[in-house]
Design a protein around this ligand. Structure first.
Ligand code: SF4
Ligand code: SF4
Length: 133
């Protein structure tokens, strides 16, 4: 396997089949049902800071889209109003489940494909491997 630090950048250059990350819309009722279901800890409550290393054994730094990132760095929330998904950490549950678990449990069907984050199955599986070697 490629060095973890460059793996995502490598896979982004190999895009083939298009798959989208999942996004939570503003119809979210903040029930919290989706958060514990995510195998990648990609879901956070409104206003929460997030890090790559949350819920996994990552350490040091990784390269994401050409940028070196400290995996323990706390990043700004994506939403201050409703639960949100960090698109860089979402793998659409590839490698864990047949379907996105957040969408499966959401009572108001507000977890939908995100056309702004189209990725290949290879990229998604690469991210899964990065976070869960
Ligand atoms: S699709 Fe899967 S990996 Fe992505 S946020 Fe939902 S539960 Fe997490
Ligand atoms: S399950 Fe749906 S409504 Fe509940 S917090 Fe998650 S996205 Fe929001």
């Amino acid at each position: 396997m490629q060095n973890n630090k460059t793996y995502i950048a490598f896979l982004n250059s190999k895009q083939k089949t298009k798959i989208m990350a999942i996004i939570i819309t503003d119809e979210c009722i903040n029930c919290g049902a989706c958060e514990p279901e995510c195998p990648n800890n990609a879901i956070y409550e409104a206003g929460a800071e997030w890090a790559w290393s949350d819920g996994n054994q990552l350490s040091g730094s990784i390269t994401v889209n050409g940028e070196s990132v400290d995996v323990t760095r706390r990043n700004s929330p994506v939403s201050d109003d409703v639960y949100f998904i960090v698109p860089e950490k979402c793998t659409e549950c590839q490698g864990f489940h047949e379907e996105p678990q957040c969408a499966a449990v959401c009572p108001v069907d507000c977890c939908i494909p995100d056309p702004d984050h189209v990725e290949t199955e290879e990229v998604l599986l690469g991210k899964k491997q990065l976070m869960h070697p």
